[in-house]
Design a protein around this ligand. Structure first.
Ligand code: MCF
Ligand code: FE
Length: 406
């Protein structure tokens, strides 16, 4: 048993309570949260972790990242989604074949250093599986399926299955296989249906990039716009595989993270509030498309997480950098209310989205705890705001109750 004393404990519960001068008793799970004196009387043999100047909170969750794109810096074009996509396709072979291991590893340790215990990794090539599984981080490992060319569906499916099966062999309580249907514009309906059935059968979570650009909206709604031009180059008669509604419908009854959803405003009512959530990536959205209407999505009762996306569309994989960017981008929201939401968006919200007993400090939950530098504040309502403004890395991180070295 360990007892961790902290100046502030941000529980990330529904009331968003912040305890002062309390302590947490934990093994692999959280045993009890109370005053230190009470815990030490109850657990006499416990190891004492004295962080009485610091902030303790649930370890963070970065629910959407592409580790395999970690060595990208300046190769992709920004400013328009299709421009970006074309630059990814043009550089695609490079990404698959060259040695990505050290960049992927660095990115994993950058997550841990920032206090992130859990990531939602979208794996396009299967390159990150062993690196994630052999690291201390908890990974929801989304093997990606895509392909719109009906002539090579079987080839696409068998390539996916190979990666998917390899990921399944690595399954553990810190490596949780899942499936990503890349997007409605890139994934043939037969592939999407097979992948969704497989997720249902295997009791796995799904993820999909949805309504990321205005061109995607125009393509799905009218079969026209930039994607119309783009696909015409390959096939004069190409049509979208789905309408926005029929695409969402495919995911009914399955836990799904819809990524971005910038242009999904008219379809939010079709999402299942208990199973469907949105992950928004503010920097990626700025570089490739437009700003997500966060206030409207929150008003509609959708569970929202903030995530970094990959270095394919970001300058930093540090989740605190992302929250600072989000704070500036969503300047129409009250600053301190935004800060509280932002902390939930990297703890309790993604934990609910991913169905994990994490993201909130309470007895019975897995003991994933992050410790950050404390500071003096005159008003407790300022704590989250100041944390977002000043935090870069964690002081210490416990995953399943074990200290993580980073
Ligand atoms: O989330 C961003 C932008 N939207 C879509 N895809 C990606 C992002 N970052 C990396 N990707 C990957 C995606 O997983 O880029 C490829 C896919 O493998 C685009 S489709 C050739
Ligand atoms: Fe993404």
């Amino acid at each position: 048993m360990k007892i961790l004393k902290a100046k502030f404990i941000i529980l990330c519960n529904d009331n968003f309570d912040i305890l002062q001068n309390h302590a947490i008793a934990f093994n692999h799970k959280i045993e009890k949260i109370a005053k230190f004196d009470e815990l030490i009387t109850e657990f006499k043999e416990a190891q004492i972790l004295d962080f009485s100047d610091s902030i303790a909170m649930p370890a963070l969750i970065n629910s959407h990242i592409h580790l395999e794109y970690s060595s990208n810096k300046t190769t992709f074009s920004y400013g328009d989604f299709l421009l970006w996509l074309k630059s990814v396709i043009a550089n695609g072979a490079k990404f698959k074949n060259s040695d990505k291991n050290s960049a992927i590893n660095q990115a994993i340790y950058e997550q841990l250093r920032a206090g992130v215990s859990t990531i939602g990794e979208i794996s396009s090539f299967g390159l990150s599986a062993n690196l994630c599984a052999n690291s201390p981080i908890r990974t929801i490992y989304f093997s990606e399926i895509l392909g719109s060319n009906s002539a090579i569906l079987e080839e696409q499916w068998s390539g996916f299955l190979k990666r998917f099966n390899t990921a399944n062999e690595l399954k553990s309580d810190l490596f949780i296989p899942a499936i990503s249907v890349h997007s409605p514009y890139s994934t043939h309906i037969e592939l999407a249906k097979s992948a969704i059935n497989l997720a249902k059968k295997s009791d796995m979570i799904l993820s999909t990039h949805f309504m990321e650009s205005l061109d995607e909206k125009r393509w799905l709604e009218y079969g026209s716009g930039g994607f119309g031009e783009f696909f015409k180059e390959f096939n004069k008669n190409s049509k979208p595989f789905y309408s926005p509604s029929s695409f969402i419908e495919l995911f009914s009854g399955v836990r799904t993270l819809f990524i971005h959803s910038i242009f999904a405003k008219n379809y939010l009512n079709l999402m299942d509030k208990s199973l469907h959530s949105i992950a928004t990536c503010p920097v990626s959205n700025r570089l490739l498309s437009a700003r997500f209407d966060l206030a409207n999505a929150l008003k509609n009762g959708i569970n929202i997480s903030i995530a970094t996306d990959g270095l394919s569309s970001n300058i930093s994989l540090n989740i605190w950098d992302e929250l600072r960017a989000a704070m500036m981008a969503h300047s129409y929201m009250d600053l301190n209310e935004f800060a509280k939401f932002a902390i939930k968006s990297i703890t309790s919200n993604p934990a609910k989205a991913l169905n994990l007993n994490l993201g909130e400090l309470k007895a019975g939950n897995i003991a994933d705890i992050a410790i950050f530098d404390g500071f003096n504040i005159s008003d407790i309502n300022q704590l989250c705001t100041q944390m977002i403004l000043h935090t870069k890395n964690a002081k210490s991180l416990y995953i399943k109750g074990e200290k993580c070295e980073f």
